[in-house]
Design a binder for this molecule. Sequence first.
Ligand SMILES: [Fe+2]
Length: 422
Amino acid sequence: MHGADGHHDTRDNSGGLVWPAEGFGRVPFELFTDPAIHVREDERLFRGPHWSYLGLEVELPNPGDYTTGYVGATPYILVRAEDGGLRAMVNRCAHRGAEVVREPRGNARGFTCIYHNWSYDREGRLTGVPWEAGRDGVGGYGPGFDKAQHRLQPLKVAAHAGVVFGSFADEPPPLADYLGPAIAERLAAVFARPVMVTGYQRHTIRANWKLLYENSRDLYHAPQLHKFFGAFGIVQPQQDARAEMWHEGTHCLATIWQDKSGRKKRIKLEEPGVATERSSLPDDIAISIIGIFPNCLFTLVGSAFSVRQFRPKAPDRFEVLYTYFTYADDPACLREHLLQNNQFGPAGYVAMEDAEVVEKLQARIALGADKGASLLAMDGGDTTPDRIDHMVTEANLRSMWRGYARFMGFAPPDPRADLAAG
Ligand SMILES: [Fe+2]
């Protein structure tokens, strides 16, 4: 029943979801299981007034170089145009909707759909339609057919420090404002030296995408779940750490500085290279993790870097597209070391555990989708600060949910609801 009174209208405007009265220290489990939420996220987040990660400029040095990926559910092509600029367009033929580009990346003069061979230039403009004018005086599309009306749908494109983003919004905010000063500066510092891509991987995880996006800023879990971190002295709770939020709390720049306490490592390895840290990051930073809402996650450890693109496929399934990179001017012996120091990727010492744990969460959450909520009350209960200077906190997770709820158009928590119910 949806009456004309204000209370029911609020529920309608919230997509049926009312945040628990306790605030952002509770996260309803239905956010991870409800198909309607999944559809709404694609519309409001991935196709909404946000910037999504598309690729790195270094992947596309020459005209015609292209790469592909997904903004939410929507496949795209990112290509270097003749004028040196970057263009992005939906990878879906204007004719019948087929995939146009079938290779993940490469170089091309233009793009031709396999179904009826409609072809497009690097700008996404339709340039060729077989039998457009008919054959032997019959058929065809006729003189009223205007190829300019049937191009690949473009995305807005902008880059910062060599990191390329796209947006479906007509007027997205300026990219630097969107990223915020702390993330913009960190990216500029990291990309101040030339980088090279060292590889790609894809990984399907049977969980809701937000569980991993949330996990990436969860500093509490790092030394607890990842025994590798603690045992080899890479991350300990007493290390200096900071989380800086932006974009209504949904972006997070997490920084963990190197341990300067001089504590002895608990384990002596026969092959110490497995866990050696050789940081190329400025200011004694050991690890920097940058979550850029909604689809992007940089993990910068030592000089082994990766950027992940999140591709939601269903409420309980998403794909992670990894791009690995490092400094191009490092000596080859350092790059050899990177291959040993395998923390991220589907089989990484660290990321493997994160994937496993979010799949376990999803499996349990799905059993009681309408009954429960996550508890995120550490360090302030329901506060949602924009900066925290230690690791013993869940406040940065709450900040993320505050922004998420706002962008999704959910009614904010109403503390009076408790009283009304009581
Ligand atoms: Fe983790």
